[in-house]
Design a protein around this ligand. Structure first.
Ligand code: FAD
Length: 441
């Protein structure tokens, strides 16, 4: 393959490989660069739950079938709350994601990208410079071992994770918010699965936990704990983690399972959001938005943001004449940026607020308790958590009325007024969103 590319993608992980396959399906010539030289390299800090919102992208790339062949689990979840378990019926919206370890997912995705006509996967390439002409990014350069390399393309995509080199070199505007929790997790083999393959998610206020079944009879158990308890875990990680897991309601029976990993985790994981486009470049996945791992949205949004970008920009990067001009690319990237903000913004706003490890607010108490009491509300809750509906849909007047019926009481006038602002101002999700957050203050 020649060195003339339509797109350079930096980072061959979830977002980058997905984008490479989708671009190539549209006829683009793609250079997919990855600093790690091992085809089987994978991200270690992940608990592997891919939300259902990414299902259409996985189907578009054929990843869904490939994942099923390697035993990935079509996922769903049950949620523990102080009102009891929220148990949505299986696949309430007819959709599901997959639970699959990154050591399985990342090599599979990478080999599928490498095997796609039009994708040139270049391992062992570290990008450390952007080529810029007349204020536009026109390529990327870096090192491959001792060698230097330099490539040009119409578009450079940063799919290089939360510390994105492309974002840093391009000077992308970046916002950071603190995460009030830390996480530790470990893997178990042969752990009893009393509710089948469903994951269990615990809202312990303010702490959280996950028990997530994976392929090969492996289960990951995560403790996502308020930073107020960090000292306890630092003093005795092994003891604190095991006590935490053993004291969960309906605790997983770890004493009759084999632990097959060390306890790993991260004590500080701020949330990062960036302007996802600039002249000649775009960011996808964690490079554009690193949300709270607790929400388990990162892999799905990496795949989905790849699709939002490709659907807008592929005709430009593969076009000719005016259709491929800098102005046409800017317009396509602006559309991608708007879509990214619309799809992820309101969800991330709530996720970031919840990441402060504050107590439940009134809307959370109202909606979580309704979901624990009623199976239709449980389905609604799960669909929202799977990011298959907007914040506005989650709190529509019809749904709020149903929750009121289930709970036997309504929301306070203050919250209702904030939600009603949605209709009067036509502000859509913003009003629901602000109401959700406002009551926490
Ligand atoms: C504790 C924890 C648990 C999580 N659990 C979940 C979960 O259950 N579900 C979920 O959906 N998400 C989860 N996430 C988030 C998820 O791991 C990320 O959102 C996801 O990996 C983002 O994918 P990406 O492709 O954007 O970036 P990454 O997976 O980070 O990949 C970036 C790639 O770019 C490469 N790269 C970086 N810099 C360069 C460079 N200069 N040159 C060349 N290559 C470069 C890297 O080597 C890497 O391959 C979790 C995160 C954490 C921390």
């Amino acid at each position: 393959m020649s060195n003339a590319y339509d797109v350079i993608i930096n980072g061959a992980s979830v977002g980058g490989c997905t984008a490479a396959i989708l671009y190539a399906q549209q006829g683009a010539r793609v250079a997919l660069l990855e600093r790690r030289s091992d085809m089987n390299a994978h991200k270690v800090l992940c608990t592997h739950y891919i939300q259902a919102s990414a299902y259409p992208v996985m189907a578009a790339t054929g990843l869904d079938k490939a994942l099923e062949q390697v035993g990935a689990i079509p996922n769903t979840a049950h949620y523990w709350t102080r009102w009891g378990w929220i148990t949505p019926p299986r696949e309430p919206a007819g959709a599901h994601g997959y639970s699959v370890r990154r050591e399985t997912l990342d090599p599979l995705l990478r080999s599928r990208a490498a095997g796609t006509e039009g994708v040139d996967l270049k391992l062992g390439r570290t990008v450390n410079e952007l080529l810029v002409e007349d204020g536009r990014v026109v390529g990327a350069a870096g090192t491959a071992g001792e060698e230097a390399f330099s490539l040009r393309a119409r578009l450079v995509v940063g799919a290089d994770g939360r510390e994105s080199t492309v974002a840093r070199l391009a000077g992308a505007r970046t916002g950071t918010t603190e995460n009030g929790r830390f996480s530790y997790f470990a893997y178990f083999k042969g752990l009893a699965r009393p509710v089948g393959d469903a994951a269990r998610v615990y809202y312990l206020e303010p702490d959280n936990a996950y028990v997530m079944p994976m392929e090969d009879d492996v289960t990951v158990i995560a403790a996502v704990v308020s930073k107020a308890r960090l000292g306890e875990f630092k003093a005795d990680l092994e003891g604190a983690y095991l006590n935490f897991v053993r004291s969960l309601p309906d605790a997983p029976d770890i004493d009759n399972a084999e632990r097959i990993s060390k306890i790993i985790g991260t004590v500080n994981y701020p949330l990062i959001s960036r302007d996802p486009v600039g002249p000649g470049y775009a960011l996808i996945g964690d490079a554009a938005l690193t949300s709270d791992p607790l929400a388990a949205v990162g892999c799905a949004w990496a795949m989905q943001s790849a699709q939002w970008l490709v659907s807008r920009s592929a005709p430009v990067v593969t076009g000719s004449g005016d259709a491929a001009s800098g102005a046409a690319l800017d317009a396509a990237l602006a559309e991608y940026s708007a879509r990214h903000a619309a799809e992820t913004g309101p969800h991330h706003h709530l996720i970031a607020d919840f990441a402060t490890a504050r107590p439940f607010n009134e809307i959370e108490e109202f909606s979580f308790s309704a979901a624990a009491r009623d199976v239709r509300m449980a389905a609604h809750f799960h669909t929202f958590g799977s990011r298959l509906m907007t914040v506005e849909e989650f709190l529509s007047p019809e749904i709020v009325a149903q929750m009121e019926q289930v709970n036997g009481h309504g929301l306070s006038d203050e919250v209702l007024r904030q939600l009603a602002g949605e209709d009067e101002a036509g502000a859509g999700h913003e009003a629901a969103d602000d109401a959700f957050e406002g009551v926490a203050r």
